[in-house]
Write a protein that binds this ligand. Structure first.
Ligand SMILES: Nc1nc2c(ncn2[C@@H]2O[C@H](COP(=O)(O)OP(=O)(O)OP(=O)(O)O)[C@@H](O)[C@H]2O)c(=O)[nH]1
Ligand SMILES: [Mg+2]
Length: 741
């Protein structure tokens, strides 16, 4: 039998604190990892782990980064994670050995509420006064020793963004971990909340009742008992698990307190704030707080109900303009490189199927997508500026009224906005939304927001079919079209949310509270990291899924072959050369070449697939050639562009140098009807289809995980695909009636 060695368990340190206090920044500084940070509350929504080697003993410990929380009474999914981890209620994991409380020093008084709750429930704790730079700037003179004495734990100042204070923090962590639990808090009595006798009594009654739920952390029961008293909406997971019995006990306690005229709903908050005030006045005695006025002054305009919205709209329009015009130069450079590489392959590879696969399949399919990297990077550059400057939270505040009118809250805005990058983090971000139905409605409309994978399809169609006109003399029609697509996706999302809230997901609204962080100059490191990460995701998709499917697509487009077709066209060539001469002959021959390629694609596997779905997509203005791309795009949206590139290459007889894709699309003629495959109207219809269709497997997987089942993801596919079809139908048929082509 194998001798089972007991695995040595690493000690665990959990980082907790209010949202946006810099937990992830410090986590990254301690572990050398690079998890996402940004200047708005609610960035981290799940538990993340990393490893830290202690400075003296070199012992390795696990560091856990957690979502932010305002209180240990959880109100949303992300706060619940904090509750469960800190109180040691996650199955199989005891509570952390040490809790590092990250406090925003520039906002000390408010942060101490949660900090106090955590200190009471943990055996070993350290308080980090992060944002020390801001505190100094605001003129706060915090007496660290006083604070440390009052709470009975070490207090360390830090400037997370600049890795300031990290060595000191590591030393403090090592020291705390080496102490016996009983000695870790110098004088635990100091931090005990003074409460009226009656309340203490009642707290004890509940504590005894729930104690068995906290086998790992008996410390935690007392604080939890107090919080249960004030938990008006019965949100604590304990109510779910212990059911009616616990509820009855708590209700009885509340009655008893009412009897002695104690307001049970605010008893903890009142006493805690009073307690904090006493400590605060002692630790920050003479400071004359110079509030940073700049943030307020900027906010007078940026959060103004009218001017704020105007500014928001203008800025968005400018961003799309920039994506279009600035990204052009690097895109042309990449395009030239790819052409050069194709030519090089053309020279070194012998003629034949392998050459065709390399050039017409892989280079065309993957290269066709890689060209769009600069646009993706520009989009993420602006998103990073948005997130790190503090504007994100303002935009949420600004649009709260609009969100509210469709039955969502301002909290849903951040998930929706993140989804312009990608729906997956957008869906994760809905964990901060408190109300269950509210959250579900948000999840359902998140994939309608136009994610970055749709961008290549839009910009290709726009480049080919939208004329380069100017609007109002400054805005380019191409940029405006792109902007309109994004506006359309938002409007559709809001309408869909409104419908869901009126029908399947009815519920009252919860109030919207979102802390506005101070404005900050975005850190170039954060911005570059985000862009770099996205570039990696984008390129690795191109190198894996797009690569593989380009090969498959090339195969489907090139096979099966029919010798009879070849013979037919060969005899047409012979006939032509007997009757025609010079230019006329050359013209005729190239026409026959094109016809032959078209026919070969038509009878290929891909052609068969395209033709079999043609009846469904014909009313939208799409021929079977587009149908091939549509089918491929359900695997990955970008494959639409790859398919077009491969089709264009395979169709092009010259092998190596193909026409520019844009030009090829403009000229492509359907061999079934002899008409152009793409017209401006078809292009718009196609973009609208892409806007609404649910073509992302990762999105469905994450929705399944977050909603615990297949019901909602299936519903999502159904409603989005229907919506896409109907919208394209209206665009195309309506456009035709109006006389467009
Ligand atoms: N000025 C200043 N900014 C900081 C400091 N530490 C972090 N920041 C910035 O504060 C913002 C929030 O940092 P995060 O690390 O994302 O905060 P968090 O606590 O993990 O936030 P959530 O995950 O949303 O709860 C980011 O913009 C950081 O760059 C600091 O010491 N000084
Ligand atoms: Mg975080």
């Amino acid at each position: 039998m194998m001798n089972k060695q007991p695995k040595i368990k690493r000690k665990e340190i959990a980082l907790v604190g209010n949202p946006n206090s810099g937990k992830t920044t410090i986590f990254n500084a301690l572990t050398g990892l690079r998890h996402k940070t940004a200047n708005y509350p609610g960035v981290t929504v799940e538990k993340k782990e990393g490893i830290l080697a202690l400075p003296l003993s070199r012992e390795q410990v696990t560091v856990i980064d957690l979502p932010g929380a305002y209180s240990l009474t959880p109100t949303s999914t992300d706060e619940e994670i904090v509750h469960e981890v800190l109180l040691g209620r996650v199955v199989g994991t005891p509570p952390p050995d040490l809790v590092v409380i990250i406090v925003d020093a520039s906002n000390l008084e408010r942060n101490l509420f949660f900090a106090g709750q955590v200190i009471e429930t943990s055996t070993r704790a350290i308080m980090v006064l992060n944002m020390w730079d801001l505190a100094l700037k605001n003129g706060l003179d915090i007496d660290l020793q006083q604070l440390s004495r009052r709470y009975g734990i070490p207090v360390v100042p830090a400037i997370g963004g600049q890795k300031g204070g990290m060595e000191r923090l590591k030393v403090a962590i090592e020291k705390q971990l080496s102490l016996e639990p009983a000695k870790a808090k110098v004088s635990p009595e100091n931090c005990h909340l003074p409460l009226p006798l009656e309340v203490k009594d009642m707290r004890g009654r509940i504590e005894r009742f729930i104690k068995f739920m906290f086998k790992h952390n008996p410390h935690a029961a007392q604080g939890e008992a107090l919080r249960l008293i004030g938990d008006s909406y019965f949100r604590s997971p304990l109510f779910r698990e212990m059911g009616e019995q616990l509820k009855q006990v708590v209700i009885a306690v509340r009655k008893r307190l009412e009897h002695v005229r104690i307001d049970w709903s605010s008893v903890e908050a009142e006493n805690r704030y009073e307690f904090i005030k006493a400590i605060y006045d002692q630790a920050v005695p003479t400071s004359e707080v110079k509030r940073v006025k700049t943030s307020d002054r900027i906010d007078r305009i940026l959060t103004h109900p009218f001017w704020g919205l105007i500014f928001f709209g203008l800025m968005m329009a400018a961003i799309f303009q920039a994506i279009f015009s600035w990204a052009n130069y690097p895109m042309e450079m990449i395009s030239t490189c790819i052409t050069k590489m194709s030519e090089w392959f053309g020279q070194i590879l012998p003629d034949g199927q392998l050459k065709s696969l390399a050039i017409d399949g892989i280079m065309a399919g993957v290269g066709g997508i890689v060209i769009f990297l600069p646009q993706i990077l520009f989009l993420f550059f602006f998103i990073a500026l948005f997130e790190d400057s503090g504007y994100m939270a303002r935009a949420a505040f600004l649009l709260d009224r609009i969100m509210r009118s469709v039955g969502l809250s301002g909290k849903s805005f951040i998930p929706l906005l993140s989804s312009f990058a990608c729906a997956v983090p957008g869906i994760m971000a809905t964990r901060t939304v408190e109300d269950k139905n509210d959250r579900l409605a948000t999840i359902l409309v998140v994939p309608l927001m136009s994610c970055s994978a749709r961008l290549p399809v839009y910009t290709l169609m726009i480049a080919a079919f939208i004329p380069p006109a100017k609007i109002l003399g400054i805005f380019d029609l191409k940029g405006v079209t792109l902007f309109s697509l994004y506006v359309l996706s938002v409007v559709a999302g809001l309408i869909a949310a409104w419908i869901f809230r009126k029908t399947i997901l009815r519920k009252s609204l919860t109030p919207f509270i979102l802390e506005l962080p101070p404005y900050r100059i975005p850190q170039w490191r954060t911005v570059l990291h985000l862009m770099w990460d996205r570039a990696k995701v984008f390129l690795s998709r191109a190198g894996t899924i797009i690569f593989a499917f380009s090969i498959i697509l090339w195969f489907l487009i090139s096979y099966p072959r029919n010798p009879a077709v070849e013979q037919r066209f060969d005899s047409a060539r012979v006939a032509a050369s007997q009757t025609l001469q010079g230019d006329e002959l050359a013209h005729r021959l190239s026409y026959i070449d094109a016809e032959q390629k078209g026919e070969e694609i038509r009878i290929s596997f891909a052609g068969w697939i395209g033709r079999s779905i043609e009846p469904v997509i014909k009313p939208l203005g799409f021929t079977w050639e587009i149908g091939i791309g549509l089918v491929a795009s359900f695997v990955a949206r970008e494959l639409m562009v790859s398919t077009l590139a491969i089709l264009n290459h395979v169709e092009d007889k010259s092998g190596g140098e193909s026409r520019e894709l844009v030009q090829a699309l403009q000229e492509q003629v359907s061999i079934s009807s002899g008409k152009r495959v793409y017209t401006p109207l078809v292009a718009v219809s196609l973009m609208v289809f892409f806007l609404f269709a649910c073509q992302c497997i990762s999105t469905l997987a994450i929705v399944k995980r977050e909603t615990n089942g297949w019901r909602w993801p299936l519903f999502m596919v159904a409603y989005m695909t229907t919506l896409a079809w109907v919208a394209s139908f209206l665009v195309y048929q309506g456009g035709k009636i109006l006389g467009f082509e």
